[in-house]
Design a protein around this ligand. Structure first.
Ligand SMILES: Cc1cc2nc3c(=O)[nH]c(=O)nc-3n(C[C@H](O)[C@H](O)[C@H](O)COP(=O)(O)OP(=O)(O)OC[C@H]3O[C@@H](n4cnc5c(N)ncnc54)[C@H](O)[C@@H]3O)c2cc1C
Length: 474
């Protein structure tokens, strides 16, 4: 087990030891070889095996299921994803409703599968609250977000604006002024989901190999450190790690299409009932602070608060899974948590961990079957992949099996060469410089908005600049 996974609350509350499967030590053949036992690889295998049981499928992971973002995340299983508005844009009427239902489908789909396979991952269909809770400008921005959602075609079954007593009954943040509530989110224990899913696909006949690091792939061959797999179709389900594993020929540098970004979380000690009365979240709704810096939280089944925020980008797109426990990065998150819930001032933070996610250049995920090169690819979830990986794994399985389905005809599905669909990120140092610029402008805007006495002209300039940069991102 990697030391970094050990830092995580999910590891401590898994309820069973993290055992490793055998590694691959001899050359084998497969119909489909999947690289990476995270949600994407596992869901793709699950649906392929369900729809075509005769397929010989193998999954290899450099460590084990759950070592990547799938075992480390904030446990929001969302019925939405980064960039879903791209896919809904221009659609109306029946077409809009159908695409919207597909986007929202992972919650019910996963709930059914959990029940069918008796997999317990602390799932609760909790809903989500995005709260304006620290400074006045957040309320106006949140109202605008809400209006934009309705302008797009969503309605009160998808999003409601709540304030006053209704807000206080749901969540009590220091300066809670309003929130967007959506029922389209569930709360889970992420490591239980990915570990359980690995067991399920294995029981369906998929071969899983741990401690099997892939060093290259392409032209029908996956080269691992001690063996190789000859396969008709290769699925590099690597997300944040895509840049670290090189392909051959046409698919030599898939890493240029993803930007690996770190995200970090903390967990409190278990809180007692009196402490929960000061916070709310009785239905365990996931929550975030409505700021441009992405934050996310959940109330765990064992009564802790888990709270995270998006972090940095490392020059050259390096991944990171181990984080210094006493670092400023964790202190900043606990200060923000106490700012949102002042009653947590004396509560102990027991865990701090993080992982690497991936942003696609168009800020929307994709499912691509590059038939000519024998590659099938899904990802680019931008930190919202828990639910989306189910949808995109499901889509990818239909593309691979060449089914004419609603998923295969969805706007995120492509049968095409990868390079014809995806836009590459700019080379260094532009990637790193742009990321620093965006982060600094967002932080500057935050600082100004938090100062009640700050100059309104400065605030306007900072907000205009932040909006401009945000628009460029989409
Ligand atoms: C801290 C954090 C919080 C997040 N919170 C949320 C959230 O609350 N809700 C949400 O929707 N999304 C969240 N996300 C994003 C979500 O976790 C990811 O989008 C999702 O888990 C991606 O799954 P994946 O299978 O594509 O990738 P991963 O889970 O990263 O899997 C990739 C796998 O590839 C393996 N691998 C790497 N290199 C090699 C190699 N050379 N050979 C073989 N195998 C290799 C890794 O060991 C890993 O198991 C969060 C991400 C992070 C990091």
């Amino acid at each position: 087990m990697s030391a970094s996974l050990h830092q995580s609350l999910w590891f401590d509350t898994l309820g069973e030891p993290l055992t490793y499967r055998a590694s691959l030590n001899q050359d084998i053949n497969a119909d489909v070889a999947i690289i990476g036992a995270g949600y994407t690889g596992l869901w793709t295998a699950y649906y392929l095996k369900q729809k075509a049981p005769q397929l010989n499928i193998v999954i290899v992971d450099a460590q084990c299921a759950g070592e990547g973002a799938s075992g480390r995340n904030g446990g929001w299983l969302m019925g939405s994803f980064v960039g879903d508005s791209h896919y809904l844009a221009g659609q109306s009427g029946e077409a809009f409703q159908q695409t919207k239902q597909l986007i929202q489908s992972p919650i019910a789909e996963v709930e059914n599968i959990l029940s069918r396979h008796q997999l317990d991952c602390d799932f609760v269909h909790s809903g989500n609250l995005r709260v304006a809770a620290r400074y006045p400008e957040q309320l106006a921005a949140l109202r605008q977000e809400f209006n934009d959602l309705y302008a797009q075609g969503y309605d009160e079954t998808d999003f409601r604006f709540i304030q006053g007593d209704e807000l206080a009954a749901s969540i009590k943040m220091r300066a809670g002024q309003g929130a967007i509530y959506t029922p389209h989110c569930a709360t889970i224990h992420p490591l239980k989901l990915v570990r359980g899913l690995a067991n399920i696909v294995e029981s369906m006949g998929v071969g899983l190999y741990d401690n099997t690091k892939v060093v290259g792939f392409g032209d029908g061959l996956v080269r691992c450190e001690n063996a190789s797999i000859r396969a008709d179709i290769i699925v590099p389900a690597l997300e944040g790690y895509q840049g670290e594993v090189h392909g051959q020929g046409e698919v030599s540098s898939l890493g240029r299409y993803t930007l690996p970004v770190q995200s970090l979380l903390i967990a409190t000690e278990p809180l007692d009932d009196s402490q929960w009365q000061l916070i709310g979240l009785s239905h365990r709704a996931t929550f975030s602070d409505a700021a441009r810096q992405v934050t996310y939280g959940q109330r765990t089944l064992d009564g802790r608060l888990v709270f995270g925020a998006r972090g940095g980008y490392r020059y050259g797109g390096k991944t990171q899974t181990a984080f210094e426990p006493n670092s400023e990065a964790f202190r900043w998150r606990s200060d923000l948590l106490v700012d949102l819930f002042p009653s947590l001032k004396s509560i102990q933070i027991t865990h701090g961990w993080g992982g690497t996610l991936a942003m696609a250049r168009r800020f929307a995920p994709h499912a691509i079957f590059d038939k000519r090169n024998g590659i099938a690819l899904a990802g680019g979830y931008g930190g919202e992949g828990v639910g989306a990986s189910n949808l995109f794994g499901r889509t990818l399985s239909d593309l691979i099996l060449e089914r004419d389905s609603q998923l295969a005809r969805s706007p995120w599905a492509h049968v095409s060469e990868v390079k014809a669909v995806l836009k590459p990120w700019e080379p260094e140092p532009f990637r790193w410089l742009s990321y620093q610029l965006i982060n600094r402008v967002f932080s500057w805007e935050e600082r100004l908005c938090q100062q009640a006495s700050g100059s309104s002209l400065q605030k306007c300039v900072a907000t205009a600049l932040a909006k401009r940069l945000e628009a460029l991102m989409h």
